[in-house]
Design a protein around this ligand. Structure first.
Ligand SMILES: Nc1nc2c(c(=O)[nH]1)N[C@H]1C(S)=C(S)[C@@H](COP(=O)(O)O)O[C@H]1N2
Ligand SMILES: [Mo]
Length: 323
């Protein structure tokens, strides 16, 4: 996404001045702690923080009938070094350098809102809730680049069943971790934290909606949203929130981070649609990350190629208005 550089943003816009000054003090302290930790323990065993982020566990999977065929997966290297994860910086390589700070164990996901009773699931229990499938999906960022990623997970609908939502639940909200100790970059990025995304209940129930724990045969590298994220292959990448700590079943359409940041540019639905351009660029084509130059520019497909499975959910809707 394109947003203003931190230096362009007056501090008053982020928060009150005194708050801001306190935060600055805190950041300096946090940076010092980070350097100390790096200097002492970490460098003893690993060559670089990058390596720590790549330290993942193997996962056993079963094949999936929802996997996309006839596509070539992007390399592991590109998938793990070309990321959007603004909690760890806005540059494409920032998350691969900075996300080693994310502590993914212990980890749990809270469930609240319109459910029979509040729940909290430990990450291990979540990963065992249903057999893990390998699903190759196209991944299309609103910035007009794309990848193909062999994810690991199961349909989010399996998890919804365990949550016992009430009939009053019409939307699902996804909330990412916002921990300034592990993600001090959140102070310099002009977005409202925590990162929040949302889906209509039928979209959340669609079998393509993947509760995701891994990629390329192993647990998610931190920069890709460890230990658990959501993946929606027919929507622009920003709908696929990373490092989830809370899932809310709600009555009304929830706040979503990019929509509240620039409502004329990023809608609630954000279905991939080559016929509706972003106000600042075309969505007709995409740059394929890692592809040889003669394949690097390809036309974007309606619903990113998943129309057969998802188009009926939007029947009768004006997709220009509901972008
Ligand atoms: N919490 C959080 N989730 C996020 C983002 C983010 O900045 N923070 N970026 C989004 C965007 S714009 C994209 S394209 C995808 C990128 O996922 P990937 O880096 O695993 O390819 O994550 C999405 N989920
Ligand atoms: Mo994106």
């Amino acid at each position: 996404m394109l947003i203003r550089k931190p230096s362009d943003i007056p501090s008053s816009e982020i928060t009150s001045k005194s708050d801001y000054m306190d935060r600055r003090k805190f950041m300096t302290a946090a940076a010092a702690v980070g350097v100390a930790a790096l200097g002492a323990d970490r460098l003893k065993n690993i060559a670089s923080p990058r390596e720590a982020v790549h330290a993942t566990e193997k996962l056993a999977t079963v094949p999936s009938k929802y996997s996309t065929t006839g596509v070539t997966p992007t390399s592991f290297e590109d998938i793990t070094t070309y990321n959007n994860f603004y909690e760890f910086g806005t540059g494409k390589t920032d998350p691969s350098h900075n996300a080693w700070r994310l502590k993914t164990s212990p980890w749990s996901v809270k469930v609240e809102g319109e459910v029979k009773s509040k729940k909290e699931f430990d990450i291990d229990a979540l990963m065992k809730m249903h057999p893990l499938e390998e699903r190759v999906y196209r991944h299309r960022c609103v910035e007009a680049w794309s990848m193909v990623i062999p994810w690991i997970g199961y349909s989010f609908s399996e998890f919804i069943k365990q949550c016992e939502p009430l009939s009053s639940a019409r939307y699902v909200q996804f909330l990412s971790l916002d921990d300034p100790k592990e993600e001090p970059w959140i102070y310099s990025v002009n977005l409202d934290w925590p990162y929040s995304e949302g889906l209509r209940m039928d979209e959340a129930m669609n079998p393509l909606t993947l509760f995701t724990f891994g990629l390329y045969g192993q647990t998610l590298p931190n920069q890709d949203g460890a230990p658990v994220r959501i993946v929606l292959p027919w929507k622009y990448g920003f709908k696929s929130a990373k490092s989830l700590v809370k899932i809310r079943f709600v009555k009304k359409q929830p706040r979503t981070t990019w929509n509240e940041s620039a409502p004329n540019e990023y809608g609630f639905y954000s279905n991939v649609n080559p016929n509706v351009d972003h106000p600042r660029w075309s969505q007709k084509y995409e740059r394929v990350i890692g592809a040889p130059f003669w394949k690097a520019r390809q036309p974007t497909l309606m619903f990113n190629g998943y129309g057969d499975q998802v188009a009926s959910m939007y029947a009768g809707m004006d997709l220009r208005k509901n972008f």
